[in-house]
Ligand binder design. Structure first.
Ligand code: XIL
Length: 389
């Protein structure tokens, strides 16, 4: 599939209306000012980030630190197309403290430095989770040899140390990730068991807020997009957090979509969480579909699947555009080769979930998103990157 004539027409108009330059320069942002790079950052006027800038919407990406810096095309696209970055793995506990008592911040520091250079904001991901814990703490997130008291002290130190380390550099923190099951019940993680309930969540938000009062603090989860027991349970829970004056600023909708499940009631769900007085964000968007067996894991089995994927990407973005409190739209990476999907969903095989193909060439999904952003000049303007409380 190729970029349509309409798309080219709309974007040409954008470039002309936007002025003579083929590139835009990033304007200084609060928070990034202290470490402002000396030279202006330039990126194409029809890049996703430039089009998002016009309505104050940050377009983000998850970043794989094995590629950033070493892979030229990957690095260029990261800088030019996105105004926010999320470490795909390097801020997870397993990677920052692989040996108990010894931190390794180096890869995450490198991403923060890259973001400063390129005038991007950083979504910190993630402080409290049951998955990707260091093995000395728990091998599966549900069982551990450590005592409840030890776990409580460890989580407090982890949240405080990590938020302090990155103080002033993080726009949004995913403080807690995936604390509920699909049936709406609290996930029985080591944290839940140590506290004897969900009290660890309020504690984590308070510790994070003390350590960096300006960072926006998010609860993040998947399947919140679909109205149902999980979304309802999280909705009720964050409402109680707000009522208890827990410093929560937003809710992240991961947005791992799949053409086999139908498109969710996303806009209404974003809106009802926003109506609680919260910001919302789409934090890990990808749109997977059934694909061929290895090595062609990013070739859809149905040649019409990309049309469904285009539609899902477009509707996911438009749901965010329609909700003023939706402050960022972040695909979970941008090249099918680097996507977590083929490795994770392999029986049956799924893939082809991102905006760029295995050669880092934009797919039709990219041009649909680009066109939607080009047409979004009338969407409500976001309020900028400021802190919420
Ligand atoms: C995934 C990464 O993309 C993989 O590289 C890693 O092996 C496993 O985790 N929800 C989340 C993300 O919040 O952190 C996950 O990222 C994808 C699902």
């Amino acid at each position: 599939m190729v970029r349509s004539a309409l798309s080219i027409g709309v974007l040409s108009a954008t470039v002309l209306l936007g002025g003579v330059a083929l590139t835009n320069s990033a304007s200084a942002e609060p928070g990034a000012a202290a470490a402002a790079p000396s030279k202006a950052v330039r990126y194409p006027a029809d890049s996703l980030r430039a089009l998002g800038d016009r309505i104050g919407l940050r377009i983000g990406t998850a970043v794989n630190m094995d590629e950033l810096g070493s892979n030229t095309d990957y690095t260029k696209i990261t800088a030019e197309q996105f105004s926010s970055v999320t470490p795909e793995n390097v801020m997870k506990w397993q990677l920052v403290e692989p040996t108990r008592g010894t931190y390794d911040w180096a890869p995450a520091d490198r991403l923060v430095a890259f973001a400063k250079t390129n005038k991007q904001l950083v979504r910190g991901h993630t402080l409290v989770w049951h998955s990707q814990l260091p093995t000395w703490l728990s091998s599966d997130g549900y069982t551990t040899t450590l005592s409840n008291d030890e776990l409580k002290a460890l989580l407090k130190k982890h949240v405080q140390d990590q938020v302090k380390h990155f103080k002033g550099d993080i726009w949004q923190w995913d403080v807690v990730n995936e604390a509920f099951d699909d049936d709406g019940k609290p996930r029985q993680t080591v944290w839940y068991k140590a506290w004897g309930g969900l009290g660890y969540i309020a504690d984590a938000f308070r510790w994070a807020h003390e350590a960096d009062p300006k960072a926006l603090l998010f609860y993040n989860d998947y399947n919140l997009e679909f109205t149902g027991p999980k979304s309802n349970a999280v909705y009720d829970f964050v409402k109680t957090l707000k009522a208890q004056r827990v410093p929560i600023d937003g809710v992240g909708f991961q947005g791992h979509l799949d053409t086999q499940y139908g498109f969710p009631d996303l806009q209404n769900n974003l809106q009802r969480f926003a109506d609680l007085g919260l910001k919302v964000a789409e934090t890990e968007v990808d749109v997977r579909t059934f694909t061929q067996a290895a090595p062609n894991v990013n070739t859809p089995t149905d040649p019409l699947a990309p049309y469904a994927q285009e539609s899902y990407w477009s509707r996911a973005l438009k749901a965010c555009l329609a909700v003023r409190e939706c402050i960022s739209f972040t695909p979970w990476g941008f090249g099918d080769t680097y996507s977590w999907i083929p490795g994770w969903f392999d029986n049956p095989q799924e893939g082809a979930a991102l905006l760029y193909d295995a050669d880092l060439k934009p797919k039709s999904q990219y041009y649909v998103i680009q066109q939607d952003l080009a047409l979004a000049a009338g969407a409500p303007r976001r309020n900028g990157p400021g802190a919420g409380h």
